[in-house]
Design a protein around this ligand. Structure first.
Ligand SMILES: Cc1cc2nc3c(=O)[nH]c(=O)nc-3n(C[C@H](O)[C@H](O)[C@H](O)COP(=O)(O)OP(=O)(O)OC[C@H]3O[C@@H](n4cnc5c(N)ncnc54)[C@H](O)[C@@H]3O)c2cc1C
Length: 299
């Protein structure tokens, strides 16, 4: 009988205790090593022979990588090895970044989220990564360390294509940071999959809205679209529509249509491109309606 899941191939395990140890090792074994945190993407890729590293570098024991820190002025910092469930149940995340929690809850099942990390979801760079949209609308930054030292990148500049990031050989992400969101910001994460539990998103929309007196509409809305382009994208035209005109239900419909226009979806095993485009319009409208309700904005 064919084995649907072949066994893991042989590899060597390395467990650094500091970022420097990790970076030195990854730099020395550049083409033969791979870092991982939860391993929920990485081990599947190794099992399926999509990657065949000689060394797997476990980042979970690095000092500070399991920390979540919150500062009322600077915002939130999440270490690279913090599992999603710790983020979901953190009171400060709940208070200040609720849309991130809504999206993190969509990742797999409860057991998976005890293992899978936020930074792993970003570094995997799947166009359907559930947490990417919220991290984008909350204007997060990725903190990177590598052979050339430390650097900080806006998350919007981190993704280069499906499975591709701007990380250079030997570099790892140490943490992700989020500024304090604008006062009164509210938002929503709307996604659809083939089933209700644990499937990757066919399409998803993240919305974050807040009052901005300088804008002709009096509001600013940030919108991202997931699983409908090579990377998660901002819906720029929809954002402009919501910035320039008084917010009415008809304007929300126009913005939702602009989201659908902004998609570059593909046909694949989980959905047709056309269905994805239609779902984006529906999810964007739902997300905007929900956000306006939370903002007490009459339509
Ligand atoms: C059954 C199942 C269901 C799933 N459902 C969903 C879902 O609904 N939604 C969703 O978005 N995802 C889903 N996933 C994918 C996966 O669980 C998530 O992407 C998860 O957040 C990855 O985190 P991790 O810590 O396990 O990543 P890992 O597997 O440890 O790493 C993922 C990738 O990032 C790299 N990496 C990890 N950490 C670092 C770092 N600090 N610096 C540099 N590179 C790094 C690794 O080399 C690897 O390429 C599912 C996976 C499984 C197995």
């Amino acid at each position: 009988m064919n084995q649907p899941h072949p066994r893991l191939p042989e590899f060597k395990y390395y467990q650094p205790k500091s970022s420097k140890e990790a970076v030195d090792f990854l730099d020395k074994h550049a083409d033969q090593s791979r870092p991982y945190a939860g391993g929920t993407d990485c081990f599947n890729q190794v099992r399926d022979r999509r990657i065949l590293p000689q060394y797997l570098v476990d980042l979970k024991s690095i000092g500070g990588f399991r920390d979540i820190k919150f500062d009322p002025k600077k915002g939130l910092t999440v270490g690279a090895a913090v599992p999603l469930n710790e983020i979901i149940f953190h009171p400060k995340v709940k208070q200040h970044y609720p849309v991130l929690i809504d999206a993190a809850r969509e990742v797999g099942g409860y057991q998976l989220r005890n293992r899978a990390t936020l930074v792993g979801n970003l570094c995997n760079a799947s166009p359907c990564g559930d947490t990417i949209g919220p991290c984008l609308v909350y204007l997060s930054k990725v903190h990177i360390v590598g052979p050339g030292g430390k650097r900080k990148v806006d998350l919007k500049d981190f993704f280069e294509g499906p499975g591709k990031t701007s990380l250079k050989p030997g570099e790892i992400v140490e943490s992700i940071s989020f500024p304090i969101p604008p006062a009164g910001a509210k938002g929503a994460y709307q996604s659809i999959g083939r089933n209700k539990f644990g499937d990757l998103a066919i399409a998803a929309v993240t919305v974050l809205g807040y009052e901005k007196k300088d804008n002709p509409s009096g509001y600013e809305f940030l919108l991202t679209l997931t699983a409908v382009a090579p990377t998660v994208i901002f819906a720029n035209l929809a954002q402009d529509i919501l910035r320039m005109q008084p917010i009415t239900h008809s304007i929300l419909e126009q913005a939702a249509a602009a989201c659908s226009e902004a998609c570059k979806p593909i046909d694949d095993i989980r959905s047709s491109a056309r269905y994805r485009r239609d779902m984006i319009r529906m999810l964007a409208l739902r997300g905007l309606e929900e956000t306006c309700k939370l903002l007490n904005l009459p339509l």
